[in-house]
Design a protein around this ligand. Structure first.
Ligand code: GLN
Length: 288
């Protein structure tokens, strides 16, 4: 069967569950990950076809998609900030909002030599690294940075380690629960975190395929203590950020002002709250 013909059938089979554009984007992700073919290759060679064996693999992928398993988990891979990352159900699938956070750091951090004009070495810590997407993208783009990444989940850290190797960067991994640390034992110039921040009362807003497949440990926080990670990380930052050090957070869109107030009350300066492309309060930058 020609690939183009198969594509139309594939989209049709998925349209009760997904909209056609989404189904089409899944098809091209699969084509690229499994067949090293891009959309443009299909346009240039309209007669390309799938073998029987390839059709069998595709039919098993289609079955999993019908069970609403995220395409990134099925393929075991995704892209983030122009890099490839392995993903599995132990780590969140990296989100475009988090790419915006990484981009904000790279474009604005005073530790980026291109921003400051100074070329000195500096230390970054990513707390709750998951797949390692923040730590690895920063290491890849900020060449003077020595990057550390912490997570409570050893399975997440194993995935992050694979991703560091895949992207050929050196990250120092730390296996710890941030809630149990009183002192990080060293000073950092920049601390960044995308901690769990979804309250159970927001559960109905989370898509079924996220709820059923992504690690709740990385998503949810106790409704009555929704800023616990921000508070704890800010306390540690008071001890373990160098003078003039910076703190960057991804945040719950409904708690922008509260998170900002918390940081200001704790004495952080130059606080900036920024929206993501969807217009939601999504990230904060501040200085010790
Ligand atoms: N933005 C993610 C979501 O909406 C949540 C990420 C997080 O809790 N840190 O699914």
């Amino acid at each position: 069967m020609t690939i183009k013909h198969y594509r139309d059938q594939f989209i049709q089979e998925l349209t009760p569950l997904y909209d056609a554009g989404e189904a089409e984007s899944f098809f091209y992700l699969i084509l690229e990950a499994k067949h090293q073919l891009r959309r443009v290759d299909l346009a240039l060679q309209p007669d390309l076809f799938f073998s029987e064996a390839e059709l069998e693999t595709l039919s098993s992928i289609l079955k999993q998609l019908k069970k609403e398993i995220p395409v990134q988990y099925i393929l075991g891979t995704t892209h983030f900030y122009g890099l490839e990352f392995e993903v599995n159900s132990n780590v969140l699938i990296p989100r475009p909002e988090t790419e915006e956070l990484v981009d904000w750091i790279i474009q604005s951090s005073k530790f980026n030599p291109e921003v400051s004009g100074q070329n000195s070495k500096f230390k970054i810590l990513d707390i709750g690294t998951g797949s390692g997407c923040i730590a690895i993208s920063l290491a890849k783009n900020l060449h003077n940075a020595e990057v550390f990444a912490l997570d409570v989940s050893d399975k997440a850290l194993a995935t992050a380690q694979e991703n560091a190797e895949l992207n050929q960067v050196t990250i120092q991994f730390i296996h710890q629960s941030i809630l149990e640390i009183e002192d990080l034992g060293q000073q950092f110039d920049l601390i960044v975190s995308n901690p769990p921040y979804v309250r159970h009362l927001e559960k109905q807003e989370i898509k079924k395929n996220v709820l059923d497949n992504e690690p709740h440990l990385a998503l949810f926080v106790n409704d009555n203590d929704a800023l616990i990670f921000y508070q704890k990380i800010a306390q540690l930052a008071k001890k373990n950020l160098c003078p003039n050090g910076q703190l960057y957070f991804e945040i719950n869109q409904y708690l922008g002002q509260e998170t900002l107030d918390l940081l200001q009350e704790m004495g952080f300066k130059d606080t900036v709250l920024r929206k993501d492309i969807y217009g939601n309060d999504r990230m904060i930058q501040c200085t010790i």
